[in-house]
Design a binder for this molecule. Structure first.
Ligand code: SF4
Ligand code: SF4
Length: 195
């Protein structure tokens, strides 16, 4: 499986498809290295952000800051393929092609108030925010060795903080039961069971 195929599966998983999530885990588990373990934990946080908690009111309170400023949003070819079938020619003009992939500038032209006008087809990078964003998590990734990563969430991201709070409670419950950190698979099982 190449990176694009994994990202496609992760995007499906973030839309609630548990089978795709299991497939990604089956693949990543074959590599017994810290970075794949980190990736599995990160995907669980992303899954919770998109599927488990009702976070709309927090994003409304924040006003959609993640779409207003920051580096341009990377739009992978598989994202663009999906968007191409859904958006008008005029809307597609908002995507710029740079070094072989598309980008979307911030402030994002698809933001309306705090809402995303293309919510159902938004790029993978938007769905994985703030738990996979390279600029947010770079330090955590670089120093990661084992265990549950202490993901860095910007102060303004109330929704991300709520996810961290929720996950921290789940992890504590499992730590008490197991006497150690839950593996990504154990944590995922617990999350799916409770959602
Ligand atoms: S995800 Fe975080 S930063 Fe983005 S709108 Fe929601 S609360 Fe704000
Ligand atoms: S596509 Fe949607 S979620 Fe992504 S930056 Fe634009 S408005 Fe925000």
């Amino acid at each position: 499986m190449n990176t694009d195929q994994i990202n496609v599966l992760v995007k499906k998983a973030l839309k609630g498809d548990i089978k795709s999530l299991e497939e990604v885990f089956n693949f990543l588990e074959k590599f017994n290295v810290p970075i794949t373990k980190y990736a599995m934990y990160s995907i669980i946080y992303q899954y919770v952000m998109n599927n488990v908690l009702d976070l709309g009111k927090y994003c409304e309170e924040c006003g959609g800051k993640c779409c207003k400023s920051g580096l341009p949003v990377p739009v992978y070819n598989f994202d663009y393929k999906e968007l191409k079938n859904r958006l008008s020619k005029e809307q597609l003009n908002n995507f710029r092609r740079v070094n072989g992939f598309y980008i979307l500038s911030r402030p994002c032209p698809f933001q309306e108030g705090w809402l995303c006008k293309i919510h159902q087809y938004k790029p993978y990078a938007c769905m994985s925010y703030p738990f996979a964003t390279e600029d947010e998590q770079k330090e955590i990734i670089d120093s990661y060795k084992d265990g549950i990563p202490d993901f860095k969430v910007p102060d303004f991201c109330i929704a991300g903080k709520k996810v961290k709070e929720f996950m921290s409670n789940k992890v504590d419950e499992l730590r008490k039961k197991l006497g150690r950190d839950p593996t990504p698979r154990e944590l995922l099982r617990e999350i799916v069971k409770s959602s």
